[in-house]
Design a protein around this ligand. Structure first.
Ligand code: LMR
Length: 333
């Protein structure tokens, strides 16, 4: 009789556990700093849709765009503490965390096109870089593109001399700091959510970003000129708190990995078009004049930024820079 009672209560407990598991989905808070109508904004929504579908509702993804939950600097700390489970920070954000190797992505003109970038991120080099995040309690799941950066300011930026004394907002990155120092500009680190206002009030004179970020943050409305330089790249690493990820039931983790793979394909096939569309909208608005450089002007800017490589080699090591450049050479040849 007693054995039966124990067996019955164990069964009831098991049932209630199953019941509460289905009643309480696993929550993934996914925070990011850009608008919903951007490559990253759309891809995070795509991940939510697929993750919830593939796990049959056992996982709920809450996406917080536009720095509504955390600003740039706070994001990574919150992930490490487990207050947020998923982020997609730009490559630039990992240098300040101590993973200096990611600084290479910020080097001017290091990635001549998306084809080269893809070879890096989808090859052994990309996998090796992701693995470096483990030591910080972070699991790197995927690389998402945004695109190439342009220079904007309230004055025409054509020759390297035009950059002299101009105050530029930058992400927190030693390479980006060195880049603007090489141009005799005054770089100032600032959170992405504060850029529009800083441009509007004249706290800074200019900034560098992709067409999609410029357009969705309305920066073109407070910048008279945008020079089409394509001098640098902004892309993201989708990351999760490693303990959270490792502790997930294996079947759920597999379904989430599948959702991430598809969201990544979605992002990386449409990011270029998103940026082209944003450029078209900026042109249509007539609010900013778009400046194109001649091949000679382009060459002069590249040359002026060259010292940045030497500066970066001291921190990340020349061999890693060489590896990136080798990929570029083998793509163009
Ligand atoms: C920036 O801070 O300019 C960008 O990294 C923002 C983003 O996430 O695209």
């Amino acid at each position: 009789m007693r054995t039966f009672a124990i067996a019955a209560s164990v069964a009831a407990l098991a049932l209630s556990l199953v019941g509460s598991a289905s009643a309480d989905p696993i929550i993934i808070k996914f925070s990011h700093v850009v608008a919903t109508d951007t490559p990253k904004g759309k891809a995070s929504e795509k991940f939510k849709e697929l993750a919830e579908k593939y796990t049959g509702g056992k996982v709920k993804v809450e996406v917080y765009p536009n720095s509504t939950l955390y600003k740039d600097k706070e994001e990574l700390e919150a992930l490490q503490l487990g207050s947020v489970q998923m982020l997609a920070p730009s490559n630039s954000k990992f240098g300040p965390l101590g993973i200096r190797e990611f600084e290479v992505f910020d080097l001017p003109y290091i990635l001549p096109d998306l084809k080269t970038l893809r070879k890096v991120t989808e090859g052994p080099l990309g996998a090796r870089l992701l693995k470096l995040l483990d030591s910080k309690g972070i699991a790197g799941l995927a690389y998402w593109d945004n695109g190439f950066k342009q220079m904007s300011a309230n004055k025409k930026l054509v020759t390297p001399a035009d950059y002299q004394g101009v105050k530029f907002r930058i992400q927190s990155s030693r390479v980006l700091q060195a880049q603007f120092k090489a141009l005799s500009s005054l770089p100032q680190v600032m959170a992405f959510s504060e850029v529009y206002q800083a441009l509007q009030t004249g706290v800074v004179d200019g900034q560098e970003n992709t067409w999609s970020n410029i357009y969705t943050q309305k920066m073109h409305e407070v910048q008279k000129y945008i020079t089409e330089t394509n001098h640098g790249y902004i892309g993201y690493v989708v990351i999760v708190n490693k303990k959270f990820w490792d502790d997930l039931p294996a079947d759920i983790r597999d379904q989430l990995a599948k959702a991430m793979k598809e969201a990544t394909d979605f992002n990386n096939t449409q990011s270029q078009k998103e940026n082209e569309d944003a450029l078209a909208e900026i042109k249509k608005s007539g609010k900013s004049e778009i400046i194109k450089l001649t091949p000679e002007q382009d060459e002069a800017l590249r040359k002026a930024m060259e010292p940045v490589y030497k500066d970066a080699a001291g921190r990340v090591g020349q061999p890693l820079i060489d590896e990136f450049q080798k990929e570029a050479k083998s793509t163009t040849n």
